[in-house]
Design a protein around this ligand. Structure first.
Ligand code: ZN
Length: 297
């Protein structure tokens, strides 16, 4: 009897659920707002009820798995959430609370790890063995997939390159360090850079459009962003030498990352003829929730 798979993608603003039947056929998909007031208890309640509703759509008597991607990692020793940019989750026994409420095992994984798993199994990185997934949106994260399996690492932080502190003179990061990669090449990082330098707030979208239109201030900040992208990703490629790098998050839609950005990666990586494909995701916003369904067991 084939097992049904339930995946939940808990994001900062939306929480999405999917139910997959035999051969990963999609039986149900739902999206709700993630509560932004009342902290952890509200998120725990809304996630539990979304999971319960999805479980009710499983045909009676059929076995099912539950997987959830969260914007953080699980401390492998304590089982508590750590490193979450939805900070009310930090230090909470979220996995245990869900399992108790549902009476069912829940596999919980970092959302970037769900993304890279989905792209490795069914998306842009299909057929590659060692896959690094980069998420560049409001923040910057990553994940590692080897032989079709997520590698979380002994502390649950594998792939968390966004908090590699590369610049002691850089901006302060929410993690407590200075000059993290996230402060350089995330959307919020680039926007902060523009505001500090020119005392004007522009969005990442506006900065990109301004660069394309030849605006000198946007050009300066955008080309710095491209250079930072190349340096950070080039260093990562030199450490890991992956078979492919797949980009996700809002910034992955910036075409220049695959042309100018790729040239910068080649410049900084420790090889004079680097061939590592740097590709755009294929599953789009669905990668997180599909990956969450596929981590279930
Ligand atoms: Zn940081």
């Amino acid at each position: 009897m084939e097992t049904y798979k339930i995946g939940i993608d808990l994001g900062g603003t939306k929480t999405e659920a999917v139910l997959m039947g035999p051969e990963d056929g999609i039986r149900l998909r739902r999206r709700i707002d993630t509560p932004t007031v009342d902290g952890y208890d509200a998120i725990r309640r809304s996630t539990t009820s979304l999971m319960m509703e999805t479980i009710q759509a499983v045909p009676p008597g059929r076995p099912f798995t539950l997987g959830i991607g969260i914007p953080g990692t699980i401390n492998q020793r304590t089982g508590l959430v750590q490193n979450a940019n939805t900070t009310c989750l930090i230090g909470k026994p979220f996995q245990k609370d869900l399992e108790e409420a549902l009476g069912h095992q829940v596999v919980m994984e970092n959302d970037a790890n769900c993304f890279v798993l989905a792209e490795a199994l069914k998306g842009a990185a299909r057929g590659h063995d060692l896959v690094f997934g980069v998420i560049m949106g409001t923040g910057c994260g990553g994940g590692l997939c080897i032989h079709g399996q997520v590698r979380s690492g002994s502390h649950g932080i594998a792939g968390e390159w966004g908090h590699f502190a590369v610049d002691p003179n850089g901006a302060t990061c929410y993690c407590g360090n200075t000059g993290c990669i996230e402060t350089k090449i995330s959307g919020s990082g680039v926007e902060n850079h523009f505001r500090r330098k020119f005392n004007t707030p522009l969005s990442m979208h506006q900065i990109t459009a301004g660069y394309r239109a030849g605006d000198p201030r946007c050009r300066e900040i955008f080309l710095q962003f491209i250079d930072d992208f190349g340096r950070c990703l080039g260093g990562l490629v030199s450490i890991l030498d992956p078979d492919v790098v797949v980009l996700g998050g809002g910034l992955s839609n910036i075409d220049e990352l695959y042309t100018l950005g790729f040239q910068a990666v080649r410049r900084y990586a420790f090889h004079d003829d680097l061939k590592t494909p740097v590709v755009k995701n294929q599953l789009g916003d669905s990668a997180g929730v599909f990956g969450a369904a596929w981590i279930g067991r």
